[in-house]
Design a protein around this ligand. Sequence first.
Ligand code: BGC
Length: 254
Amino acid sequence: MRRGKKAGASPRAKLRPRRERGAPRGPITLAIDVGGAGIKALLLDPHGEPLTERARVPTPRPATPARVVEAILDLVRPLGDFDRVSVGFPGVVVGDTIRTAPNLDGRWKGFPLARVLSLKLGRPVRALNDAGVQGYGVIEGRGTEMVLTFGTGMGTALYSDGHYVPNLELAHHPFRGKKTYEQYVGGRALEKIGKERWNRRVKQVIDQIDPVWNPRRIYLGGGNSRHLRLDLPRHVSVTENVAGLLGGIALWRD
Ligand code: BGC
């Protein structure tokens, strides 16, 4: 594989490179975002700028570790060479191991994703919760900042002066009646109740979370955030979903 090769042949490429560059000096990061509906990937230069367009494939079903790993390998093959890999994963990630994957498959519990991908790709791999990675792509690094993602699942991430507090999982906390936050505003709820009611529900979720955590900023993201039509308070903003890949550079900051 060649460094810096464009992902022209990749499935559903969506993001144009921000700028054309010569051969960048420093490590190239392959950023991968595993989602409930799609797996996305692109290459980042040493400054965290995209070097390729975003490539995407639908998440295989059933989304077992073996099938997702296979899909990742197929997805990243045309992107070009890289030195290290960052993975955003839709569940609790501790070290290189997956603890939960509520919207994928039961077989993920205990799966050493980072180790397996590292063996397959021949490069070091770091993995983190997907909302955690997304936040690294958007936060300012001051005070308490929070990320809420709306996709198949609902992702939550918390930062204090730029430091990530791992694996905050508000998604599965009871919210209204017998429903958890994720059951209330996740992908299935959106499909069932339509965009208008879903927007009202998202507003209720924000109104509940905001005065409990009192973040300086709240960033909304995830695939379904494109359906948001809300008048948001000044400290709440909708961010681009590609942040889930751009944030991958932060996993190598130390
Ligand atoms: C998971 C989170 C994840 C979110 C978004 C939830 O179901 O529990 O870990 O961040 O979905 O993918």
